[in-house]
Design a protein around this ligand. Sequence first.
Ligand SMILES: Nc1ncnc2c1ncn2[C@@H]1O[C@H](COP(=O)(O)OP(=O)(O)OP(=O)(O)O)[C@@H](O)[C@H]1O
Length: 323
Amino acid sequence: MNNALEINNLSIHYQTDSGEVRALRNVNLKVPDGKVVGIVGESGCGKSTLMSAIINLLSENAIVKNGKILFENTDILTMSKHRLRKLRGYDIATVFQDPMTTFNPVMTIGQQLTDFQHRFKERNRQQKRQKIIEMFELVGIPDPAQRLNQFPHEFSGGMRQRMAIAAALLMNPRLLVADEPTTALDVTMEAQILHLLRKMKNDFNGSILIITHHLGVVAELCDYITVMYAGEVVEQGTVEDIFYRPSHPYTKALLECDPAVLKRKTRYLPTIKGRIPDLRTPPPGCVFANRCSKVSAQCTQTAPPVVDLSDGNHWCICHEVSK
Ligand SMILES: Nc1ncnc2c1ncn2[C@@H]1O[C@H](COP(=O)(O)OP(=O)(O)OP(=O)(O)O)[C@@H](O)[C@H]1O
């Protein structure tokens, strides 16, 4: 199977006055053609850094220490400006947590989404408008033709997120990267957007990379899951591997804290005790050692090995897990 995106051994640090923050360390990830891959982890695990690197929009103080992000065999991190312009929004489309960031508040939605299609020279203005109406129908926006003349603030949060997804798909991208697409929405809206993304998964030919801290989102949508902790990938596998055969103690702890996964109704949600380590001085051994219930002496001293649990498809890094 070919990969729409392949990340090899990626390490990114941030330069700060108090030292270098090792935000990503030796991250490996593949997004196979036509598949949905989810990245999960707590706040601070490096999800946004990874997302920014994929579209080559890292902060000025970021330094790529090593690694590659391959899209069609070309490294995004060293792409020419011209190629990057084609990549962003055309080959790779993005949907962010706050859909307001996608739209210009002082232009009508119709104008903006017509302009979004400027690369499609073969479509005239009328055809571009027709394409938007078709996309709006697909994502469930009622009276699409009338709504083209409205401004972004005239739509609800959920409708704006539908429009952001429509805008991304208008480009027919090879890869859609969605960063916390449901986090800013209430529970009802979230369910509707998840339903929409599930439908898109079947209609859309490209691949999807979805970044979230919400396990329910990945369970509903993904084929593969990457679990990140403190800048490292700690476990990777199919959705079944991660939900039915979790191996890394962090993955297990995440699952135990998730309300959707918890069978019993609890008044207070459990949390993982302790804190993510300071990424300016990550520990020499396992990054999860200070919070792990299975911690042993070697965990605090030596970096954990990669444990292959299923022919390279399901693996984790841990001293205490054996095949
Ligand atoms: N521009 C920056 N300068 C310095 N440190 C940064 C910068 N951006 C992120 N970091 C640090 O890098 C680490 C990873 O941050 P990142 O935002 O990628 O994680 P995240 O998982 O997306 O978290 P969140 O969900 O809170 O955004 C954190 O320790 C964060 O404080």
